[in-house]
Design a protein around this ligand. Structure first.
Ligand SMILES: *[C@@H]1O[C@H](CO)[C@@H](O)[C@H](O)[C@H]1NC(C)=O
Ligand SMILES: *[C@@H]1O[C@H](CO)[C@@H](O)[C@H](O)[C@H]1NC(C)=O
Length: 815
């Protein structure tokens, strides 16, 4: 009221009236009493038809003529009326007629705080990188307040104030620049969104305010590096792990978002082969094996892995890969030195091969042992862990095994064990260590006499188990002599073939057998040799006719046997004695009467040549009897001789003489006859003495032998007088002197009968296994061969009338 009053007074004095009212007054509100203020009475107002005139047509104020006061006719909004212009006034003209008068009335409209500050929008959006620097300014929207003066916009506030401060800056036009200033770093990772409230405040009473939300999106900056969850990863993998095996997965976290938080992994090794051997998933960090591990090449790996985001920030870690060994390597055998052949006489311990074994595996997997088959004459020797030598163990013998295939097997101790082997072929070279060996320990060969010189008798053969030259056998006749003649004049030996040839024609009657030695010698150096005894036995041929020893056949002289007329039947007239220098059947003589004066008077013993009477001699028988006896041997073809036996049948010598006068016609003949008779006597005497000596010496020998036999109880080796030894076993003793002994260790088993004795006594020794000894002509010795020996021996000589004859009754049977 005081305020109004003051205006009122002013108006009076200015001749005009000014009123001042607040805006937004209710209709009909009193503005001022102009009648009073202008000093006009109410009548004048009415009579003067007072009116309000305004330049614009708006009629906010009306005049109440009855009361002379101004009233609010329309709502008055100062902001509409004047905007920001101050002061704001309505200019009225009050006109009166009769007289026309003008009065000026000014109505000042005073502001009231009826408008709050306001923003055009509800919110403001900002996208601010978290990397924004401190002090960065961001323009905020200004608020509007229609009120003026103190009711107008006074100040701002921004809340919360954690990151931003509000900065107000007065501008020349009086308005304010509203900015927010970053005063603390944003961290998207901590707070991605900020929501601030900007409040604008006016100065009215009560204060009014308006707000706007400031929405801030914090944009990511690549301010975080990836970080591995582990600095070191440890992986153990076997060397046999296949390609593609996943070893481990590394992971790094990046707090940033988007591309700044997108981690990619890579292997950063450059110097080694790790980038080839391993692979890492760029996005997932899975580390896989890309190559083939080999413990023997590399036992461990260090993989440097880098994680990087797209902003280029990185972190790194290490993967320690430890490779474990598996037994994946076979031992390898390397022959360092090798002999292909070794001599069979090399001493045990001779080195054949040296080799080296390598197994790149470690530990047990690389521990190698080598061996060979048990049945080999070789030994495996270890000189060091990796070097082995193969030496000969026992004596070698090329003849037993000339070649060895030695399989050396080396195996490691891994589980399962791996092994490898190599086969060495070793030849055993020959040494001349075997002499030639004859197929038999001795040879006997037969050849028929009268052979052609140069005839091959038979072949000796020796083999040599050595090889090649050492086994090349040549045959050599060893020097010896046969009957004082070098054996080389009897036989020759073909050096290459071992064929024995007769050099001369043999005569059984001269030599029955002979022996010599043949040496077989190989071609080694020095040569080895062995020898063998070869006995050549010459077989008889019937190449000699029987020879009549008695009666002596002389050219002219006459020899006659005397037969007394009183002779009985079976009187032994004489005995034809013949020999055959052949042997066996060829010397088996038989006697036959070929011709006789009186065939009925005499007979000739077929076997013994005894001429006997077969009937009583009578007086009528002629004195002079002439017998022709034929002596035949048993050879094929047989040979024979004839002898004429003169027999005188007479009681007295004169009687004979008278009959035989024709025999004595020649004196010279008689002298010759006498000479022959004396000679025959001398011969017979000599033979007798010789025989006696022989018998005595044999008896002594026998006696001694029997004593020895008695003591030893052993079979006695028979004694053959050398001249009569029966080599061919045909058993013929061609001579007069036969002496038969059958001898056994048990004489009771012996069954020897000796019916006859004499030149025809033939003992056949059967060399076959029957064990029978057959004595011909009724005598048989049937004796077990092992037990008995039977032989013939000179036995009995009787001298009678200058003749020699055998006596069958006189023989020796000795045990
Ligand atoms: C050794 O091996 C060779 C070839 O494999 C073979 O010909 C020969 O007969 C073998 N020798 C022995 C003694 O096994
Ligand atoms: C013949 O061989 C025997 C052994 O069988 C030997 O004792 C002898 O000396 C050899 N003779 C010759 C002449 O070589």
């Amino acid at each position: 009221h005081l305020f109004f009053l003051m205006y009122f007074i002013n108006c009076i004095f200015a001749g005009q009236v000014t009123y001042s009212i607040p805006e937004e007054m209710a209709k009909g509100s009193f503005v001022g009493n102009i009648a009073q203020d202008l000093g006009l009475d109410l009548k004048r107002l009415r009579s003067g038809k007072a009116r309000i005139y305004t330049e614009d047509s708006a009629e906010y104020i009306e005049l109440n003529k009855d009361k002379g006061s101004l009233l609010v006719k329309e709502r008055i909004d100062r902001e509409t009326l004047c905007g920001q212009t101050t002061p704001c006034a309505l200019h009225l003209q009050i006109t009166l007629e009769e007289p026309i008068e003008f009065y000026t009335v000014t109505v000042e409209i005073n502001d009231i705080n009826d408008n709050a500050p306001s923003f055009k929008k509800d919110e403001m959006k900002f996208r601010i990188s978290e990397s924004a620097v401190i002090g960065a300014k961001f323009m905020l929207e200004r608020a509007m307040d229609l009120d003026v003066g103190v009711n107008g916009l006074q100040s701002y506030s921004l809340k919360p104030t954690d990151n931003f401060n509000l900065k107000l800056q007065n501008q020349q036009d009086g308005s304010k620049k509203v900015e927010m200033v970053l005063q603390k770093h944003l961290d998207r990772e901590a707070q991605e969104h900020l929501s601030l409230t900007l409040t604008a405040i006016d100065g009215g009473d009560p204060q009014l305010s308006g707000t706007i939300r400031v929405e801030i999106s914090v944009l990511d900056a690549n301010d975080n590096a990836p970080v591995f969850t582990q600095e070191i990863y440890k992986v153990i993998v076997t060397e046999t792990a296949p390609q593609g095996t996943v070893l481990c997965t590394v992971s790094a976290a990046d707090a940033d978002e988007g591309s700044n938080g997108k981690v990619s992994y890579s292997i950063k090794n450059t110097l080694d082969d790790v980038p080839i051997m391993f692979e890492i998933g760029e996005e997932n960090g899975v580390v896989t094996l890309n190559g083939n591990l080999d413990y023997e090449k590399s036992k461990d790996y260090e993989i440097h892995v880098q994680a990087s985001d797209e902003g280029g920030l990185t972190d790194s870690c290490k993967i320690m890969v430890e490779v474990t060994d598996t037994n994946d390597n076979h031992p390898s055998i390397n022959i360092m030195s090798k002999t292909n052949s070794v001599s069979e006489n090399s001493s045990p311990g001779t080195v054949v091969t040296i080799f080296n074994v390598q197994d790149p595996d470690s530990g047990e997997n690389g521990k190698v042992s080598c061996f060979i088959a048990d049945n080999m004459p070789f030994l495996m020797k270890t000189t060091s862990k990796k070097f082995f030598s193969l030496v000969t163990d026992s004596d070698l013998d090329r003849e037993r095994a000339s070649e060895y295939n030695i399989t050396v097997t080396c195996s490691d101790e891994g589980v399962p064990s791996l092994s490898s082997s190599v086969t060495l072929t070793l030849q055993i070279s020959d040494v001349n260590d075997n002499p030639p060996v004859f197929e038999r320990s001795s040879y006997e060969a037969y050849i028929v006499e009268n052979n052609t010189p140069g005839l091959s008798i038979f072949t000796v053969k020796a083999t040599d188990s050595d090889w090649n030259q050492n086994a090349r056998v040549s045959y050599i006749l060893e020097d010896s002599s046969v009957n004082g003649v070098p054996v080389s004049s009897y036989v020759s030996v073909s050096a290459d073939s071992g064929v024995i040839h007769a050099v001369r024609s043999f005569d059984y009657e001269q030599i029955k057998d002979f022996q010599f030695r043949v040496k077989a010698q190989d071609g080694g150096s020095p040569p080895l040799s062995s020898n063998v005894t070869v006995k050549i036995m010459i077989q008889d041929q019937n190449d000699n006719a029987p020879q009549v020893l008695y009666p002596v056949q002389t050219g002219g002289s006459l020899v006659a046997e005397m037969v007394p007329r009183s002779a009985d039947v079976g009187y032994l007239v004489t005995k034809v004695v013949a020999v055959d220098v052949d042997s066996g059947q060829n010397a088996w003589l038989s006697y036959k009467l070929q011709k006789a004066t009186d065939r009925a008077l005499f007979e000739v013993g077929l076997q013994n040549g005894e001429v006997r009477t077969i009937r009583q001699v009578t007086d009528k028988d002629a004195v002079k009897q002439r017998l022709t006896v034929i002596v035949e041997d048993n050879g094929q073809p047989s040979r024979s001789a004839t002898v004429i036996v003169n027999v005188a049948v007479a009681d007295s010598f004169p009687e004979v003489l008278s009959e035989f006068t024709d025999f004595t016609h020649d004196k010279e003949y008689n002298e010759n006859l006498t000479f022959y008779l004396v000679l025959a006597l001398a011969v017979v005497s000599f033979l007798f003495i010789t025989c006696v000596v022989v018998i005595i010496s044999v008896k002594i020998y026998r006696w001694r032998q029997s004593r020895i036999l008695y003591h030893s109880n052993l079979p006695v080796i028979p004694y053959y007088p050398p001249r009569y030894s029966d080599t061919l076993g045909t058993g013929t003793l061609p001579h007069v002197y036969n002496y038969e002994v059958c001898r056994t260790t048990d004489s009771r088993k012996s069954d020897c009968k000796f019916g006859r004795a004499g030149s025809q006594n033939v003992l056949i020794m059967d060399p076959s296994s029957t064990g029978t000894i057959s004595c011909l002509y009724g005598r048989q010795c049937r004796i077990h061969r092992d037990d008995a020996l039977c032989f013939t021996f000179p036995i009995n000589i009787r001298k009678s009338n200058g003749t020699v004859s055998g006596n069958s009754r006189n023989h020796r049977h000795k045990r």
